[in-house]
Design a protein around this ligand. Sequence first.
Ligand SMILES: Cc1ncc(C[n+]2csc(CCOP(=O)(O)OP(=O)(O)O)c2C)c(N)n1
Ligand code: SF4
Ligand SMILES: [Mg+2]
Length: 288
Amino acid sequence: MPPEYQELVESATYGKQDRGWKDIGSSKELIEQHSLCAGCPESIAFRYILASLPAPEDTVFVGSTGCTSLVFPHVAVQNIHSLFGNQNAIASGLKRTLKARFPDVEKDVVVLAGDGATVDIGLDMTMQSWFRQEKFTTICFDNELYANTGGQESGLMQKGFVAKMAPKGKNFDKVRLAEIAREAGCAYVAMLTVSKPNRVEEAIKNAVYVAREIGPTFVQLYTPCILEIGKQSMEGLDEMKDSETIGGRFVQKEFVTEEAQKLIDSIKAETKIRKKAAKDAAKAAKVG
Ligand SMILES: Cc1ncc(C[n+]2csc(CCOP(=O)(O)OP(=O)(O)O)c2C)c(N)n1
Ligand code: SF4
Ligand SMILES: [Mg+2]
């Protein structure tokens, strides 16, 4: 294994229960020489997600063509690249197969794809997996256009926006995907930007735990394409912060079923007890 990958495996991604966004300053989940544009918010979104997975060793990502897929060769988590738009169909088969093949191990399947793949070309596959109540998490990196192919209009693009390959401007509203996910049967839905890592961690953990026990979950993350909206590499964070203020299109939203909320509360309580016990044990070992 190349040394860069060894570092990812040994120092970051694997085998660290209760790892989270606070740990990313001391280790890395993503090789520095990744192929996203400098300052692209997708890179930090990837780091937060990878640091938040409850069991990265037993997680398989399913990706789709687009800027998101450029990152998968640079992370240390198993992943499958699917034909554009087919990601939720592939994930459905994969989750069922893993369940049959490893009945005693919890294997998490997480789809990670762009808005074009999730909403436009793949909407049928996305929604059918929710209707069937497939037990995996779908994450959409929403950059409000087709970035990888030069800026075509997407259903998640905001009304009136003029992109390089959509010169007349979008003439209908941004599709309300979080509401569609709720109505199509997702037990946990979150929509937010990646400006606040603690919120991203919470949404990812909740989504993965709920998908294990209850049913499909969906997380929509605003990861602006700085290149296509004409921002500099340092301006992604400000763009996300502006979009999440009151009245903005990315004000944080969460839809949680009663059953999912009960599960989330019980996992939080267990985690608190486990962390306190670990802290007490570390203190006792120091004194001893
Ligand atoms: C079957 C198929 N259709 C179309 C394409 C061309 N294609 C590649 S990336 C892309 C757009 C990706 O947009 P999105 O899913 O929003 O991801 P982003 O690049 O914005 O992260 C398209 C249409 C393809 N590779 N395969
Ligand atoms: S084109 Fe846009 S979304 Fe793709 S890597 Fe560059 S900034 Fe990120
Ligand atoms: Mg996109």
